[in-house]
Structure formats: structure tokens, C-alpha cells
Design a protein. Structure first.
Lengths: 274, 267
């Protein structure tokens, strides 16, 4: 009885498509970067994309968040075409860390607050509740004490937490991370992934993460993700309650992406449904 | 000393105080977006507009504005064409502007070219003041209501786009406001010196400000101090006002840099 209950509830949530790509292609200067790619990411999936430079992973990510337009095909976010998508506050985006100037005069608090300044807040004043949200996000990331520091003074790992706090301030249902641990020492990387893992397991957040780093995927999925040659294979980490759901869709919905990536021999896809 | 109470000096002071707020504010956004050279480019093109204005009998500042706006769009187009060599577009448009200005000036007669190159704040008339006042109001309203969006755009353009902000609209807004400020500043500090009023206060704020809010306050204070003290010095000792203001700004920057070195070495 109890089991069937949990099955029904989980199967409805599992079937919600957060990201879906249909025959998406992208060419740059007549060269195909991504060709005819179809896949779906469903609620609470954890998708890690790893691969060498130029494999098209960042391109794929930038298309998903609407920063690049695909040459052909359709991308949907929460069932809606990305071109018409309006609920951007549902998406937390953490861009590559090194794209801001370390001299930029902005405090940690100002950067985290800027996560709220989307299209819905134009002409709206910052409210007390907004300050509370910022404080909560800072506390959750363990960087509340750094609130008034200039962002450029922080270490790489601390900066990454700031950007994660900015992405989390709207309580997003989808978190997209582009190389979140680039240029960060191993120890800090580990605690970062520990934090991400925790968020995935305890909050209802879907993850899509790009990295060129095999170690980071290993630290998330464990050693069995790597085969003897040190290369990674497509690997799904199941959890007990939602196993049916996983078999039904994660493997299936990501088949296109996996085939595409494996045929390029550069990118491997890791999936996990919690 | 009686110069200070004269009408032309007071007009200069009012004009200077207004520009001392708007130019450093717009400059802050440009510098933080690594577009410091845009100020120079737009002001050089703007002189061509001024020259054309004189030639065909249209209010020169308005013509300068039209040219500055056109130039800011041209820069964007060229930037896209050259992508990774974006600074090329700035060099091309700047020299194009100066070339056109020299051609137009040579066609006209009896134009005091140097007053537009180096400024002539003591010749401001009441029309000029009204125009500067209107531009100041527009810029201040825009910044007051949109400061958080402008911050997001300046700090992280990708994140701004992903949060659904109409990035193109804001980019156009920054270009147009900058063009407005530059075209009315030309008569005050001169086309060759406008960019100092845009960029040096921002350069100072990068040294002292710990937050974005502080940097906004810093640029305005430094801009105003330089304009007021510079005008007084220039008026009393009969020096070129534009040059005095700019040298004063550079002096402030040097003092701040020296002070920061002292702080860094632990004293």
C-alpha cells in the first residue's frame, strides 16, 4: 500500500520534463558543433556533462539557457519553448567563475542580491523580504561572514559559493552550472560537490552541470563511474524508491545525448536520479 | 576674486556641477564594462556633429548628440563584425570622426575650433544650461530607477540575460545616455578631455570603494570636487578650465594610488 503510494507520487513528479531538446543542431562557421540532438532531462535528474574543450558542452548549455540560438531544432524549458520562456526565476545559472574582473567594486551581498534582479523586478524596489532571502542564501552556503567583503578578495572556492548563493536566491527548480570548479583546488572542489550533492538529495532541484574534470564526476558518483582506462562511461546512480522511474525514463530520455556524445568520443554523460 | 561672483562664472559653475554628476556616473558603467575608450570615441565623433551644426546653422550640441548616438551604434555593429578584435572598431570610428570634423571645420568660417576641442565653460549660455539640466534629469532618473539592473548587467551580462533582463535594451540605454552626457560635456571640458571626466573618477573608485554603492558615491564626490575646485583655480589664475579640472582629477588619482601603496606596505 505504502509502496504504491510512493510510486504514484514519484511517477508524476518524474514525468515532468524540465529540459527537452528535439533535433537540436548548432553550427559555427559552417562546422557542426552539435548535430541533431534530442534528449530530455526530467525533474530531480542530476546530469553531469564532461568532455574536452571544443566538444560542445558549453555551447549546449548556453543554448539551453537561451544565450545562443540553435541553428535548428527546438529547446523547451518546463514544457515551454525557450524563446517564449518567461519564468527565468525558476532557473539558477552559475556561469564560469573567471568571467568577472577581480577589481570589480561589489560586495558579496550585492552580488547575491543581484540574483533577484530579473525581469519581474524591473521598477520594483528591494524589499525587506529580499534582504532576508539573500541572508538565507548566504547562510546556506556558509559564507554569511563574508557578506561585506569585496568579491575579488575571496578565494576561488568562496567565490564559487557566492555564485551558487546568487543562483539559489530565487529557490530555483533547475540549477545549471558551467564548470563550477574550474581553477579551484581539489580540497575545495570536494566540499563544493559535497554541498551540491546535499542540495540534490534534500531539495527538489534538478541539476545540469558541465565540467572538463573527470575527478569531479568521480567525487560525485564514486569510483565505479570510471573504468580501467580512467575514462568514464555513461553511468546512472539509482536510489531505491524511484528505481522504476529511473528505468522508465532517465536511460531512455538521455539515450540521444549519450549516443551523440559517445560518438564524438570526447564527451561522456553522467546521470543520476535521486 | 570678483570673477567668482560674475554671471558667466556662475553659469559655468552650475553647468560644471551638473556634468560633474552625470559624466562620472555614466563613466563608472563604461569602465566596469571595459569600455573606457568609448567616451573618447563618441566625443571625437561628436565634434564632427558640432562642426556640421555650425555649417548648416543647427544647434551644435544637438547635432553633436546625433553624431554620438550614430557612432555608438556603429561601434556595436563593428564590434560584432570583428568580435575578438573589438577595440579595432573604436580606433576606426574615432579617427573617422576626427577626419570628418576637420573636413567640416575647414569648410566653415570663423569657428573657434579650440573651444570645442579644449572646452570653453565660461561661454556657456542659458540655452546650454537648460540642455545640460535636461540631460542631467534624464540620466539621474534612469540610473535611480534602473541601478540594480545596470549593476547586474555590468557585473555579469550572461547572468543578466539568463535572468530574463532585456540586455539589448539596456545596452542601447547605456549608449544613448553616454552619448547625451558626452555631447553636452564637450563645451565644458572639451572633446579631447571629456573622457577624463568619465573615466578618472571611476579609476579612483576602483581604488577606494569596497562596494558598488560606495563606488557610485565616490565617483560623484570626486567628479564634483574636481569640477568646483578646478573652476575656482582656473577662474582666479586665468587658466584653461577643462585642462585644470582634468589635471586635478589626475592629481587625486595619484594621491589615492600613493595612499593605497602606503596601506599595502602596512603603514
Amino acid at each position: 500500500m505504502g509502496q504504491s503510494n510512493s510510486n504514484t507520487s514519484s511517477s508524476t513528479s518524474c514525468h515532468q520534463e524540465v529540459i527537452s531538446l528535439e533535433n537540436v543542431s548548432f553550427s559555427f562557421q559552417q562546422q557542426a558543433v552539435i548535430s541533431d540532438l534530442s534528449f530530455a532531462v526530467k525533474e530531480r535528474d542530476f546530469i553531469g556533462l564532461i568532455g574536452t574543450n571544443g566538444a560542445g558542452k558549453t555551447t549546449l548549455l548556453r543554448m539551453i539557457v537561451g544565450l545562443l540560438k540553435p541553428t535548428s531544432g527546438t529547446i523547451r524549458l518546463f514544457g515551454e519553448n525557450v524563446n517564449e520562456f518567461k519564468q527565468w526565476e525558476r532557473i539558477g545559472y552559475v556561469p564560469q567563475k573567471n568571467n568577472f574582473n577581480p577589481l570589480f567594486p561589489a560586495t558579496v551581498h550585492e552580488v547575491v542580491m543581484s540574483g533577484l534582479y530579473g525581469r519581474n523586478k524591473i521598477f520594483k524596489k528591494i524589499s525587506k523580504a529580499d534582504y532576508k532571502k539573500s541572508d538565507d542564501a548566504l547562510l546556506a552556503m556558509g559564507i554569511f561572514d563574508l557578506k561585506d567583503k569585496r568579491i575579488g578578495q575571496l578565494s576561488g572556492g568562496q567565490q564559487q559559493r557566492v555564485f551558487l548563493a546568487r543562483a539559489l536566491i530565487n529557490n530555483p527548480s533547475l540549477l545549471i552550472l558551467d564548470e563550477p570548479t574550474k581553477g579551484i583546488d581539489t580540497e575545495t572542489q570536494e566540499s563544493f560537490f559535497h554541498m551540491i550533492k546535499h542540495m540534490h538529495q534534500h531539495h527538489n532541484i534538478t541539476f545540469l552541470m558541465v565540467s572538463h574534470d573527470l575527478d569531479m564526476i568521480r567525487s560525485y558518483l564514486g569510483e565505479q563511474a570510471a573504468d580501467q582506462n580512467g575514462k568514464l562511461k555513461f553511468h546512472i546512480k539509482h536510489s531505491h524508491e524511484t528505481q522504476d522511474c529511473v528505468e522508465n525514463d532517465l536511460t531512455h530520455s538521455l539515450k540521444g545525448l549519450r549516443e551523440q556524445m559517445e560518438s564524438r568520443k570526447e564527451v561522456v554523460l553522467i546521470g543520476d536520479r535521486n | 576674486m570678483e570673477i567668482v561672483t560674475s554671471e558667466f562664472f556662475q553659469r559655468a559653475l552650475i553647468g560644471g556641477l551638473l556634468i560633474g554628476v552625470t559624466a562620472p556616473l555614466m563613466g563608472l558603467f563604461l569602465v566596469l564594462r571595459r569600455l573606457s575608450m568609448i567616451g573618447d570615441t563618441l566625443s571625437h565623433v561628436s565634434i564632427a556633429g558640432v562642426a556640421l551644426g555650425f555649417l548648416i546653422g543647427v544647434y551644435p550640441v544637438a547635432m553633436g548628440l546625433v553624431f554620438a548616438i550614430a557612432a555608438s551604434f556603429a561601434i556595436e555593429k563593428l564590434r560584432k563584425a570583428y568580435k575578438t578584435y573589438a577595440e579595432l572598431s573604436i580606433a576606426i570610428i574615432m579617427s573617422g570622426g576626427v577626419a570628418l570634423a576637420s573636413l567640416l571645420f575647414s569648410m566653415g568660417k570663423n569657428i573657434n575650433v579650440s573651444s570645442y576641442l579644449f572646452g570653453s565653460i565660461f561661454t556657456l549660455n542659458s540655452t546650454d544650461l537648460y540642455v545640460i539640466g535636461a540631460v542631467t534629469v534624464v540620466v539621474l532618473i534612469a540610473i535611480r530607477t534602473q541601478v540594480k539592473e545596470l549593476f547586474l548587467l555590468t557585473f555579469d551580462e550572461d547572468a543578466a540575460a539568463v535572468s530574463g533582463l532585456p540586455v539589448k535594451f539596456y545596452n542601447v540605454m547605456i549608449s544613448v545616455l553616454t552619448a547625451l552626457v558626452i555631447s553636452v560635456s564637450i563645451k565644458i571640458v572639451g572633446a579631447l578631455l571629456v573622457s577624463a571626466l568619465l573615466t578618472i573618477p571611476a579609476a579612483c573608485s576602483l581604488i577606494v570603494a569596497r562596494s558598488f554603492k560606495q563606488s557610485v558615491i565616490t565617483v560623484v564626490i570626486i567628479g564634483e570636487l574636481a569640477v568646483v575646485i578646478g573652476l575656482l583655480i582656473a577662474g582666479i589664475w586665468n587658466l584653461a578650465p577643462g585642462g585644470t579640472i582634468v589635471l586635478l582629477l589626475i592629481a587625486v588619482l595619484l594621491v589615492l594610488l600613493a595612499f593605497r601603496r602606503g596601506v599595502r606596505t602596512g603603514n
